[in-house]
Design a protein. Structure first.
Length: 317
């Protein structure tokens, strides 16, 4: 097996901008680009390999060829399909206010995973805000009335953000990314979203975008969030690199590494590693790596080396 460079999948939702093209150098094929799916094995988007022996094969085809346990690792076998989806998100405008169901509700109603996720803020313009839960606990009846009376924004917890903030968003947390934020999102492999409020915007079909109020009322936790907006652990400075545990939960573990010289990591039988380069350039083994590149290191690969001046998010199960 070899380390695989993945080709992103891009989405042109109406709130997107140009930072994935201008800041990362992607040729997205769209005038405006909202999302880059950097690790995606989903019916709504599928990465393909760039170069190497798997060139142009989809990630799903590679997993089928090599075997899930051998290629993705034993920890992935507890999930019914590939467990994570990783995105870059450029919010040129406000995203809709939304909520995601938990696994039980999503499997019963949507035949899909629920969606717990983290947001790591890569950059934020002055005044950029994210919506993260409610200011104070309210009832479902008060939540419904706020939606109907167009006063929902008055009840929500609005947080000014800066680079390096970390949001842990459990399923059921009402949330939204505000204009001016550039986000790396690591989430359960689900595209199940219930839109609660959308600023009265019109979709590409000329009609107001659909809301999903009943389902949102079913799954929402109408209370303030439980978690602070910071990584789970502080930075640790080692010879050649700095590391920081952003998040560890039952679904995924995410670490940020700032490589100043060289870093050696390894995969074993438990899990693959996914590497998302968020700044700088260098090499991953013999492969050139720069800002925006996405690499899949199979389980059981063993040791691999990252060198140069690279900042990366590394996700495992």
């Amino acid at each position: 097996m070899e380390i695989i460079k993945l080709k992103p999948v891009f989405k042109d939702y109406i709130w997107g901008g140009n930072r994935l093209k201008d800041d990362f150098g992607f040729d997205t094929g769209f005038d405006k680009t909202a999302e880059g799916w950097m690790l995606a094995c989903h019916k709504d988007g599928m990465n393909t390999a760039e170069g190497g022996k798997y060139d142009k094969m989809t990630l799903e085809e590679i997993i089928d060829k090599e075997g899930a346990e051998k290629f993705t690792g034993k920890n992935c076998l507890k999930f019914p399909y590939f467990p994570v989806l990783i995105k870059l998100i450029d919010a040129f405008d406000n995203l809709s206010i939304q909520v995601h169901p938990d696994d039980e509700y999503a499997r019963r109603v949507e035949n899909e995973f629920g969606k717990t996720e983290i947001w790591y803020v890569l950059d934020a313009l002055d005044g950029a805000e994210l919506i993260y839960g409610f200011k104070e606990k309210i009832t479902k009846e008060e939540f419904k009335a706020a939606i109907e009376n167009n006063t929902l924004l008055d009840s929500l917890n609005r947080v000014k953000v800066k680079r390096g903030d970390l949001f842990f968003i459990e399923a059921g947390t009402v949330h939204a990314i505000g204009r001016g934020a550039l986000i790396a999102e690591i989430q359960q492999n689900s595209n199940c979203t219930y839109r609660v409020y959308d600023y009265g915007r019109i979709g590409k079909d000329g009609k107001p975008r659909e809301l999903h109020v009943k389902k949102a009322l079913d799954v929402s936790k109408t209370e303030p969030p439980k978690y602070d907006i910071k990584p789970f652990e502080n930075e640790k400075d080692f010879s050649g690199y700095v590391s920081q545990r952003l998040c560890k939960c039952d679904l995924f573990t995410v670490d940020r590494y700032r490589v100043k010289n060289e870093l050696t990591l390894k995969t074993n039988a438990d899990s693959f590693n996914h590497i998302l380069v968020i700044s700088g350039e260098g090499e991953i083994e013999s492969k050139k790596a720069k800002k925006g590149d996405s690499f899949f290191v199979p389980a059981n690969y063993g040791e691999y080396r990252i060198s140069g001046n690279i900042e990366a998010l590394i996700t495992k199960i």
